[in-house]
Ligand binder design. Sequence first.
Ligand code: BES
Ligand code: ZN
Length: 748
Amino acid sequence: MSTSHKRPVTHLLQEYTPPSYLVETVDLCFRLSPTATSVTSSVRYQRHPDCTALAPLHLDGEELELLSLKLDGVALQKGDYRVSPSSLVIAKVPETFVLEMETRINPQGNTALEGLYLSSGNFCTQCEAEGFRKITYYPDRPDVMARFRVRIEAARDLCPVLLSNGNLVEQGSLDAGWHFAQWEDPFRKPAYLFALVAGDLTCVEDHFTTRSGREILLQIYVEHRNRELCDHAMLSLKKAMKWDEEVYGLEYDLDRYMIVAVDDFNMGAMENKGLNVFNSKYVLARPETATDNDFLGIEAVIGHEYFHNYTGNRVTCRDWFQLSLKEGLTVFRDQEFSADLNSAAVKRIDDVRILRQTQFPEDAGPMAHPVRPASYVEINNFYTVTIYNKGAELIRMQQTLLGKEPFNRGVRHYLKKHDGQAVTTDDFVAALEESSGRDLEQFKRWYSQAGTPRVALTTHYDQKNQEYHLLCRQTCPPTPDQTEKQPFFIPLAVGLLDRDGRDLPIIIKGQQGRQTTRILELNQAEQEFVFEQIPEGAALSPLRGFSAPVILDYPQPDEELALRMAHDSDPFNRWEAAQQLARRELLAALERESDDQPVLSELFVASWCRALVDSEADGNLLTQLLTLPSEVYLGEQMTAIDPGRIHRLRQAARCQLAQAGREQLLLRYHAGSGNELYSLDPQQVGMRSLKNFCLSLLMLQEKTSSIELCLRQYEFAGNMTDRLAALSCLVSSSLPQRETVLEDFYQR
Ligand code: BES
Ligand code: ZN
């Protein structure tokens, strides 16, 4: 099943041409058998209005056995068409016609998991990006959208469940123990959203009433043994449906929504219209075996695939260069969904961490590419953190520039204007421009220029005039595909703290407004902003909320970082200040010749202890704030890396904190260990994370009392989060109990 017959071809964005033939309807009939499935198709084509009668019909197809081919009911002769390993071309076709064919495929032999394959004995498809061509010959490109009707026939004992996209319109019995189901999807879609699932699955059902009062049937299909593990996924689905109605006014559009969990799946999940297919790890969960983070991951992925129903399915991509049109936007939507339901600050911190740890290196390396690439060879290699996560940051910046409400209106306008169409990232930006009246022309460089911009800040206080001057310089290093970079349009959110850590209103010379967080619009290589009526000693809080995916160069004095660590009203930046200060001290310690002075300064330890008693802060955020930068992250900042030393010094710093904060750690530990019923309520998740963080520090000293606590938590934990946290403390200790506990965990 290799694709070795394919010669690598470079696809270029600028060579895009519309399809010569459009498709009105597709009728498919599958007769399922593991090694020889028959697929008959009847497709109604229509020549594109801009195309001449001479245009041949080009269909994609791979690893197919063509059994018959008829045009308007007449069998085609050998000379009428040409079959290659990747295509079927018919030289002459009328303006409109129906093409019927039968192909044979081998699902069991399909180990690439693209097209129709078997997973644990069940039939399942995966068509994005170019898998439909392994099912039948078809114009397998996203700008060909059609209405699909699907009939599935199979042996009832082997496949009691027969699913495809849309609504079930008929089902019944056939001879010899076979049965059939007929599905119809009323919405036009590209072939990559086609799906079929058939097998012996059980189904958990629920309902959702939309805000206009329609009742939607919700079904999650899993293997029988997993029936009890679907509650959280179902709850997440209902939350996602409600959220999209409330935030974007988007109501689900079919009568049923199905999710199938399969064990063999290349990705996390797939948004096929009305029939999502999930890797089972993103569906199945219960508190005894899944951690809080596992639960949150499920919620995010369920949300993500659900949100694609509009951003991706109703409005899809013109070509695969536009992949970020649906993925970047949908990642942004799932991020906002998770932020609204859980700790927004920690969600942002986690997302920025992913960006810095994986996307920034991609942008700085040989694989650097723009969010909308200009060329690609293998589309499957283009599902990158740049397309996904940097793409989501571009959407977020546009939200920041427009403001939340105008941005939401813009997205609604985009979805209305292009409903049922296959469009480009330019179309998306144009829709935002139309609805907001803003000019985003320069902003579009973010889509076409790769590389992470660097923004250097220099500040200067003019005491006489009470003015705070901020000089911003942006540069972007060259990437393999582009040497020269034009200045980006960067929304730089800034705040200013007075000496007591209170937000100051920011009055910008030449501009209106006095909000405490202002969005500076950088659009030149160098720009100066002047803030008026600023008292002496103000501390800058730059790039609040990580308002742009840039690397900031602003060496701020320790005292200002400590002040922001205690008071910055922007929770992301409060965390960022703590990290910067900690990083600075840890790196300084690593540079020192000897290890005999304390790693952390009194300033840091005191600030840290003050944060530990901050009873107002959300536990989730506090845990992040109190956690020192990771060993990997520290290593990345060094030219010569000594992992052993990094580990030793970081541990020494943690011991220093554990000692200084011992009593408070104990208090916070006990405050967090109530025995309420397990729930994913953000407050409870925050308590657990803070409690377990405290435990990990307390255990560094291996005092009998802490060991007792830890062993007790391990034994009586009512959920995986607590048990795993205790286990990990015990395993990293030098205690003799570690072996027995590990064995016990394994047995459980
Ligand atoms: N459309 C993708 C899944 C996909 C991509 C399948 C390429 C096959 C080929 C889906 O919407 C997606 O992005 N899934 C993510 C999870 C999501 C939460 C970012 C995944 O599968 O990792
Ligand atoms: Zn996606």
